[in-house]
Write a protein that binds this ligand. Structure first.
Ligand code: GLY
Ligand code: MN
Ligand code: MN
Length: 435
């Protein structure tokens, strides 16, 4: 992401905050996996959105209109001994020179310095509940300033939910964000294709996961937006199946939900196809139904439509199809009204996607579904799940879980499928798997 983009975001947020305000944002802590082993570090999305600063133990502060410095970064000091173990740190000089901070202080000095900044302001923009440690300290600092009020200072009287404003900004993707998301989608599409080519009876689910990860790495990122879901047969009916530890059986279908992360931007793609590369008739019928539901939903992604319109289109198509196949019985409008489809399609049709795979942004505004607008990106992912033993459903439909998921950008006059390079029709899938 270009440096000017972070600057533009900070400027926009400071414009919204207005003078007399301060925003305080911590990044994520390093997470221990077990004893001395840590998870690979991923900064907090809100913090990174405004700073592009990749190190842990940092707090960003924005004070619009402050003469000495509007953007202050508290971050780790240089430490040659620690850097020998964990790699280089930007330090205070690097924070200013490489990350555009107007000023930078050691994170260890925050208790001495930040209260002095706070007491000059009336309003604090802060996301309560995200960092229990900083929540506590912020309240202590404010109390400390109030105790000192006899000597003239008053400090902030208001704490405003920063996340609300920031998440509105993050919901509308800029040109450079879309460029990165398109690239992430392209990498994931290629990785899905590689999995399709390696899929065969007898392979282990985690071996296909490994093919996906390897291709993402080969193409430029080792990060994943979430843990891949790779499930054959009945495992595909477990929505959050991440064990990926079984072998694949001839005659079953495989569901793979996997997407890389690139420069802290997610992609999220699901494909489902037969392990042996050829659809049986019942598999094809169910697959074509989910595909039709997805197409109906995608057709509703355009400015002016509401968030719920794609979902309802998918639900109607799915219910109509399930009645046609004899899996549901009754009148379609009544089945939709009574949500009978939920037995087979228990989740919603999508979510916002951006820096977080389930991205920020309200789905309702003043109690009604939000209108879609250009620059928003969402997933469209209808699914149909019929585990073995499902009562009232003929055996030929059992053991099949199907989800088809793409990432969709709302454009000026419709939408653009960022993930369109991923094979999806029966013919495309069978052809690729046969090659
Ligand atoms: N991969 C998570 C989701 O599809 O929402
Ligand atoms: Mn998704
Ligand atoms: Mn997904």
């Amino acid at each position: 992401m270009i440096a000017s983009e972070f600057k533009r975001r900070r400027r926009e947020l400071m414009r919204i905050m207005g003078p007399g305000s301060i925003a305080i944002l911590p990044t994520s802590p390093l997470q221990v996996r077990n004893r001395d082993v840590h998870y690979h570090y991923r900064p907090d999305s809100d913090f990174f959105y405004l700073t592009g600063f990749p190190e842990p133990e940092a707090v960003a502060v924005l004070i619009p209109g402050r003469k000495q410095a509007e953007y202050i970064l508290f971050n780790r000091e240089r430490d040659p001994k620690m850097e020998q173990w964990d790699g280089p740190r930007a330090g205070q000089e690097g924070a200013c020179d490489n990350y555009d901070a107007d000023d930078s202080f050691p994170i260890g000095d925050i208790d001495d310095i930040l209260p002095r900044m706070l007491e000059q302001t009336d309003r604090v923009f802060y996301a309560m509940g995200c960092s229990p440690d900083l929540d506590k300290r912020l309240l202590e600092w404010i109390n400390q300033i109030r105790c000192e009020s006899r000597s003239g200072g008053q400090g902030p009287m208001e704490i405003i939910a920063l996340d609300h404003y920031l998440h509105e900004m993050r919901l509308y993707k800029s040109r450079s964000e879309i460029k990165v998301m398109r690239q992430a989608a392209k990498i994931s599409a290629k990785a899905h294709k590689r999995v399709m080519k390696h899929c065969r009876a007898g392979a282990w689910e985690y071996q296909l996961e490994a093919e996906f990860l390897a291709e993402c790495g080969r193409l430029g990122t080792r990060e994943q937006a979430y843990t891949p879901i790779v499930g054959g047969g009945g495992n595909a009916c477990v929505l959050h199946y991440i064990d990926n530890r079984d072998t694949l059986n001839d005659g079953d279908m495989l569901l793979i939900d996997a997407g890389c992360e690139l420069e802290c931007y997610a992609s999220d793609i699901t494909r489902t196809y037969p392990v042996n590369g050829v659809f049986t008739e019942p598999q094809r019928q169910l697959y074509e139904l989910v595909l039709a539901a997805q197409e109906a939903a995608i057709a509703k992604v355009k400015p002016g439509n509401h968030w719920n319109d794609p979902h309802m289109a998918a639900v109607r198509t799915m219910t109509r199809g399930l009645v046609k196949l004899g899996i549901l019985k009754g009148s379609v409008p009544k089945l939709v009204r009574e949500e009978k489809y939920k037995k087979f399609y228990p989740h919603r049709t999508g979510h916002w996607i951006g820096m977080d795979v389930h991205d920020v942004g309200d789905y309702k505004v003043d109690g009604t579904w939000r209108q879609l607008e250009p620059g928003m990106v969402l997933t469209i992912e209808p699914g149909l799940y019929i585990p073995s033993g499902t009562k009232g459903v003929a055996k030929k439909w059992w053991n099949i879980g199907i989800r088809i998921e793409d990432d969709v950008l709302v454009t000026k006059d419709g939408c653009d499928l960022l993930t369109k390079d991923t094979p999806k029709t029966v013919v495309e899938l069978e052809t690729l798997m046969a090659s």
